[in-house]
Structure formats: structure tokens, C-alpha cells
Design a protein around this ligand. Structure first.
Ligand code: UDP
Length: 316
């Protein structure tokens, strides 16, 4: 696929910027679009002198055109619970209007298309681990619905463009991903714990910490996207790490790798916080020959330098 031109919406975000790097490394030219609501220019600063890279500051909820493209990677959306709660309407707009616009471009240029969806489509799952065939348990009017339903709608529009207009689409369902370039203050569990441990503050565990998540290192996640992008699968594929941890275990790993003396402080569990999350990745294994290679402790160690620097830079 090298030598071609890719468009990455949400290209200044945590995942979007890593995806830009991977595409450039694979020989692509890349145009990243982002309105910088939650994305950051600093995530792309290292590409300043890259002739095959271009950044456009634009809101994809307005129709846009970035010229002829061969592949659309639609990654634009606030994605952390803190961010999408703060920007609820914008999140719904990115998932609806933004998705129509991204798909319209793919259709116009006969480009391939891959969209980032989420394990939030499964809501607070009653089936465990979650297979792609599980339809989910989502509260359509709860505080998380602005994200969950936006992404479910994104999937529906994507399948409609595939079925009605024959757009060559793919859907990645992402499970909790972490690594360098996560915003220190996006409220997600890994940046929160890293920041707190490095500052010697209490680690805030919500609820009793028995809820589970399955954490995927960003490098593994991006490798999964690239493989899916090259595949011919149109239905959703889980791209996540099936190793499941309680949030308390996650806190303990962070304390260990930061060598921190911080204590744990229990706080109220946010409403509708899913009790468990773990992908069944049989489909990705069979179809893409993909599975994660980096365990949680190693991935946290690989992220440590980034978080140390971010904490120092943030200090007054
Ligand atoms: N969490 C926590 N302390 C924090 C931040 C998050 O205990 O400081 C918990 C949160 O309640 C959830 C899990 O960690 O059960 C993952 O939260 P996150 O916001 O990272 O993502 P989610 O999977 O909920 O979208």
C-alpha cells in the first residue's frame, strides 16, 4: 500500500498520531485532520520536517475535502470518559456528521476506509469475554451514551455505506489502549495512576477496584489496525489485549514500575461504569494473524519515560 495517500481524521489524537507514524513508516503520504478539541499539535511535532506529512486544522463535522486520497482512517472523536462527558454534543456530532463526511470522501475518491469503533458498543456486557457477535448492553440515555451511541451509530452508517454504496469499509473495535502521548489529564485510568504515582499522590481507585479492563499497548493496537486495513473484512473486529486485570491490580502494577510510595484512595464509582471488559480476539487471530505481544507491566515500563516528562512539564 506504500506510495499512496491516506487521510487520518483525529490525526492529532493519541491513537491518530501513532497511526500517522505507522503509515508514514509504511511509505504512505499522510494528511491528518483534527480540530484540536482533544488532540494536540505536540503529538505531531516530530513530523514537522516530514515532506510526506501534512496537518490540517479543521472540524470534520463541516463537509471537507483534502484532495485525492486512497484510504480514509476515521479516528476523530473524544474518547476518554472525562473528555466525552465534557464534550457530549461534539462527541455525538463527530460520530454522526463527521462519519458521514469521512464516508462521503471515501465514496467520492473510491478510497478504502477504516473506522475506530470501541468496546463501549458492548456497554456493561452480560457476555464475557466479548465476541464481535454480542450486541451489547448499553444504556441509551445514561452519561456514557454520548460516546457509546455515537460509536454504535458510526458502525451503522459505515455498514450502510458499505451495503448501499459499496464503499470498501472496515470497523475496528478498540479496547482500553494506553501508551505514550496519552494526555496526562484525560482522566483515564493509566494516565491518572501514572501521574498520581509519579507525584506521590494517592491513586484514586473508583468503587472497590474489582471492575476489570483489558489493556492493550499502543504499538500492538496500531499493528492490529494496519493488518485490518489490509484485510477484506467488513464486519467489526475486536482489536484489544485479552489479558484482563482488576483496576486494583492495575494500580499495583503502576506503583511497582514507578517505585512509588503512594497509597490507594477509594472514590465513588462513576454511573454506568462497566463491571468487566475483555475482548475475545479469536477473529483477529484467525483473520489477521494478529495478537498483542506486550504485557501490561512491560507496556507500562515502556510508557514511563513519557509520563515522567509529561508530569515535569506540567509542574508549575
Ligand atoms: N478508574 C479508576 N480511577 C481513575 C480513573 C479510572 O478507578 O482515576 C476506573 C474507572 O472507573 C473504570 C476503569 O478505571 O472502571 C477504566 O476507566 P477509564 O476512564 O480509563 O476507561 P473506560 O474503560 O471506563 O472507558
Amino acid at each position: 500500500m506504500s506510495g499512496q495517500r491516506a487521510l487520518v481524521t483525529g490525526g492529532a489524537g493519541f491513537l491518530g498520531s501513532h497511526l500517522c507514524d505507522a503509515l508514514l513508516a509504511g511509505g504512505w503520504s499522510v494528511v491528518a485532520i483534527d480540530n484540536l478539541l482533544t488532540g494536540r499539535r505536540s503529538n505531531l511535532a516530530h513530523l514537522k520536517n516530514e515532506p510526506r506529512f501534512e496537518f490540517v486544522e479543521k472540524d470534520i463535522c463541516q463537509p471537507f475535502n483534502a484532495g485525492k486520497i486512497d484510504y480514509v482512517f476515521h479516528f476523530a472523536s473524544p474518547a476518554s470518559p472525562v473528555d466525552y462527558t465534557q464534550h457530549g454534543v461534539e462527541t455525538l456530532q463527530a460520530g454522526s456528521l463527521g462519519t458521514f463526511h469521512a464516508l462521503d470522501l471515501a465514496r467520492k475518491y473510491n478510497a478504502k476506509y477504516l473506522v475506530s469503533s470501541t468496546s463501549e458498543c458492548y456497554g456493561d456486557p452480560l457476555e464475557h469475554p466479548q465476541k464481535e457477535t454480542y450486541w451489547g448492553n448499553v444504556n441509551s440515555v445514561g452519561p456514557r451514551s454520548v460516546y457509546d451511541e455515537a460509536k454504535r451509530f458510526t458502525e451503522a452508517v459505515t455498514m450502510a455505506y458499505h451495503r448501499y454504496y459499496r464503499v470498501d469499509t472496515r470497523i475496528a473495535r478498540i479496547f482500553n489502549t494506553y501508551g505514550p502521548r496519552m494526555q496526562l489529564n484525560d482522566g483515564r485510568v493509566v494516565p491518572n495512576f501514572m501521574k498520581q504515582a509519579l507525584r506521590g499522590e494517592d491513586l484514586t481507585v473508583y468503587g472497590d477496584g474489582s471492575q476489570t479492563r483489558s489493556f492493550c499497548y499502543v504499538g500492538d493496537e496500531i499493528d492490529g489496525f494496519i493488518r485490518l486495513a489490509k484485510s477484506e473484512e467488513h464486519l467489526p473486529v475486536n482489536i484489544g489485549n485479552p489479558n484482563e486485570f482488576t483496576i486494583l491490580e492495575c494500580a499495583q502494577y503502576v506503583l511497582k514500575i514507578t517505585d512509588s510510595k503512594s497509597k490507594i484512595r477509594y472514590e465513588a464509582l462513576p454511573p454506568d461504569d462497566p463491571k468487566q471488559r475483555r475482548p475475545d480476539i479469536t477473529k483477529a487471530r484467525k483473520l489477521l494473524g494478529w495478537e498483542p505481544t506486550i504485557d501490561l507491566e512491560s507496556g507500562l515500563k515502556m510508557s514511563l519515560e513519557y509520563f515522567r516528562k509529561a508530569v515535569v512539564e506540567e509542574a508549575p
